[in-house]
Design a protein around this ligand. Sequence first.
Ligand code: SF4
Length: 365
Amino acid sequence: MEPIDKLKVLSEDSQYDMACACGTGNDDRRTRGTEGKWLYPVSLPQGGYSVLLKTLLSNACSKDCKYCPLRSETNVKRCTLNPEEVARVFMEYYSRKIVFGLFLSSAVIHTPDHTMDKINSVAALLRRKYGFRGYIHLKVIPGASDAAIAESISLASAVSLNIETPGKKHFDLLSNRKDYMKDIIHPLKLMSRLTSRGMRHSRVKCTTQFIVGASNEKDGEIIKYMTGLYDRLKFQRVYFSAYQQGLGSPEIPGEKRFLSVPEQPFMREHRLYQADFLLRKYGFSGKEIPLDKDPKEAWAEEHPEFYPVRINRADREELLRVPGIGHVTVERILKSRSEINMGSLDKLGLKGKRLEKVRGYVVCE
Ligand code: SF4
């Protein structure tokens, strides 16, 4: 197969990995560029978006994750790009200013270290042969050796390894060939250590992803693990990917313990992103986050004593706890009230239901 034909297959298969900030809003995390499905829009930390070349190196997997269409026993078209092919295609797009960086993942080709060797080779070619100094996000393969992970970190701008489930109990329902503690938790801790403050590679970002709804995990368990990933391991981002029925095989005979009708995984994915946002941006703790509705509104319902918030006096953190008010609006309030006393909410640019919601929680003296 030509590299471009392999890319067509492999970029399609990489769409379920969100651990690269894919998307710019709404549900465009699952849409791709018109020139090729390997062109992915991603949100930039400073705002706006750009495009990554996002692909798997291979979909020929030796593992057996029950939620994954690429597991070894399925009958899908398999192919593998070689490192020079990936590097060449990437540099072609980069020189045309179509992409700004690379997100490279892979199924497990034979062994984790064999796969890591190929992934690291792509990054080494880009850095050393082509002199590329820009953004490279490498996937760490579960079960990779410490040396292979260290090599990835020395070459990448960001690394990620999917934690998949909150705990071994749930993970063991999904795979017989991966060991949660040894193949996932140990590497996550190593990634955290090698990129911690004061270390040589402290600028390399670490992210991870949960699969939501493939096991029988609860949102509360995910939030507990997510809190640990942020607080103890200092990961930059946690992502969620809703399990999509039909992709994996939850109804393999004898394996009916898997959820055959996942409980609204997209709704859960959305709620978890809301919870994630409250943890990272609003200073909520994991225990403060309710699980069955808009987390901020639910917190407000449980803490009526906190309201109404006084628009002209409240500090930034208090304003951020008002349902319907986000960071942008808070900055607008702080700026406006430094100039004039805000007698109404009219200047905030809020409309309709959102404005009505905010009115219920604030006063403008
Ligand atoms: S390791 Fe598991 S999740 Fe990754 S490609 Fe293989 S079967 Fe799929």
